[in-house]
Design a protein around this ligand. Structure first.
Ligand code: ATP
Ligand code: MG
Length: 459
């Protein structure tokens, strides 16, 4: 594309149009505006914009109707719909009709910018490497953008996006559930970004990653001298997240003795630092996540029931990847592109056989596992096409999960190679949860860390 990308903005709201025009121009785009669909049609014919940003509700025809005619006219031109709060259903309908994305008003500028860049990029690539993708059945790649940073357009994920959007519009607590690697943290960030708190901080605390004896002070902060080693006062995550969103990850790992305090603090919206007297008030929206079934965690006594009820006001469940296999090609391509950029060399593409194998694999480690597999494949396929030989053997051979398989190694394989394969595979299956992998393998977390370091692999 020789000229700067051209963007047409269609909206009947003059102020909004002006703001958008200014923004887009400051990001280096050429911009034209239209106040209704009929005038937009003329501009599109003559000016051939690279992208259309259109309001959904307009006086003459709706954005949906405009979208339909745009699709017929130039099916590859990305169309992003702008929608006011409360028209989520319509936006979902629009996505089904092929809108690339939708953005709710009022919108976050950085988010808009990311979506615009992404869409233009995707369209450019579609034009550029169309020949490389011959052999992919039509309909397999109808634009890959999901919601926020999510990739995937399966029905299951469309429902998730819809839910995330409506959840983002409220200020209630949300419990996010789903297997390891399904995108719980991504969901938490998307909720924050689409919420009225998006200008405030997003603070994440992973209860599984913090030593138990430090947890209380991490969460609630401490005063100087509160315990040996507390040489300075320190804010806890509630204070850090003030005015924004606090994401408590792996809530099932929260020490049971801390849970009553957490509940009290949530109910009162006030806290006292460890060793502190003063009551501090805070304004935080709480999101929590767990990769186990929370009700089971309650039954096992790991999660207090009253805290569970307090957190479980709204629930978002992320389906495992094997239940949305239709998203696998989109995700695989996205990762292939990302890792091609990261590792250099030509932009990798996936051969048909490779896609078939990826679609058949059960992905116990979900999207994270797919991401790891794709990084490995990109590194191995320096000349462009990713073939089945670039996939790990257990996927290549369509063998299902580790536990379901017979293990055979090629003749001449060493114990060191087998060990490495076993550890990496177990990490894949546990979503890089080293503690869980160590437990399954019967070795220590330290051993896993040391091995990874010696192989120069970062997990
Ligand atoms: N739908 C998706 N589209 C694109 N990337 C995704 C998607 N889902 C997950 N990812 C990516 O996969 C990785 C794992 O996602 P994330 O950390 O959100 O999972 P999680 O559910 O929090 O896992 P865990 O329970 O192990 O903490 C991240 O790199 C994330 O960006
Ligand atoms: Mg996570």
């Amino acid at each position: 594309m020789e000229h700067p990308p051209r963007i047409l903005v269609v909206d009947d709201d003059l102020t909004f149009r002006d703001v958008l025009e200014m923004r887009l121009e400051s990001w280096g785009y050429q911009v034209k505006v239209a106040d209704r669909a009929s005038s937009a049609a003329g501009i599109i014919r003559g000016w051939q914009p690279d992208l259309v940003l259109s309001d959904v509700v307009m006086p003459d025809v709706s954005g949906i109707e405009l979208l339909t005619s745009l699709r017929e006219d130039a099916p590859h031109r990305p169309v992003i719909l702008l929608t006011a709060h409360g028209t989520v259903e319509m936006a979902v309908e629009a996505m089904k009709l092929g809108a690339v994305d939708f953005i709710t008003k009022p919108f976050n500028h950085e988010h808009l910018r990311a979506v615009v860049e992404e869409s233009l990029d995707a369209a450019r690539r579609r034009r550029k490497d169309a020949p490389a993708r011959e052999g992919t059945p039509p309909g397999r790649d109808r634009g890959e953008l999901g919601y926020g940073d999510f990739v995937g357009r399966s029905d299951a994920m469309q429902e998730v996006y819809e839910l995330l959007q409506s959840v983002a519009e409220s200020d209630a607590g949300v419990l996010i559930t789903g297997e390891s690697g399904t995108g719980k943290e991504l969901a938490a960030r998307a909720i924050h970004r689409e919420s009225s708190r998006s200008d405030g901080p997003f603070v994440a605390l992973n209860a599984a990653a913090i030593p138990r004896d430090l947890m209380e002070s991490e969460i609630f902060g401490h005063e100087k001298g509160a315990f040996t080693g507390a040489t300075q006062a320190r804010e806890g995550v509630f204070e850090m997240a003030d005015g924004g969103t606090l994401f408590l990850d792996e809530i099932g790992e929260m020490p049971p003795e801390l849970q009553p305090k957490l509940l009290r603090v949530l109910d009162e919206a006030r806290l006292r630092r460890v060793g502190g007297r003063k009551e501090l008030s805070f304004d935080v929206r709480l999101l929590a996540a767990t990769n186990r079934d929370p009700r089971e965690a309650v039954r096992e006594g790991l999660l207090r029931e009253d805290l569970f009820f307090r957190l479980n006001i709204l629930t978002v469940h992320l389906p495992p990847l094997r239940q949305r296999a239709g998203d696998i090609p989109l995700l695989a391509r996205r990762f292939a592109r990302q890792f091609s950029e990261k590792h250099g060399g030509p932009e990798r593409w996936l051969e048909e056989d490779t896609l078939d194998l990826l679609e058949e694999h059960p992905w116990p480690g979900n999207v994270r596992e797919l991401r790891n597999v794709m990084e490995r494949a990109v590194v191995l396929s320096r000349d462009g096409g990713i073939t089945p030989s670039h996939l790990p053997p257990w996927i290549r051979e369509g063998e299902g999960t580790l536990a379901e398989q017979d293990w055979t190694f090629p003749e001449g394989a060493t114990v060191a190679e087998a060990e490495r394969e076993l550890i990496l595979r177990t990490l894949d299956e546990t979503g890089n949860n080293k503690a869980e992998a160590a437990r399954r393998l019967g070795i220590s977390v330290r051993t896993i860390r040391n091995k990874l370091k010696s192989w120069d692999i970062d997990r």
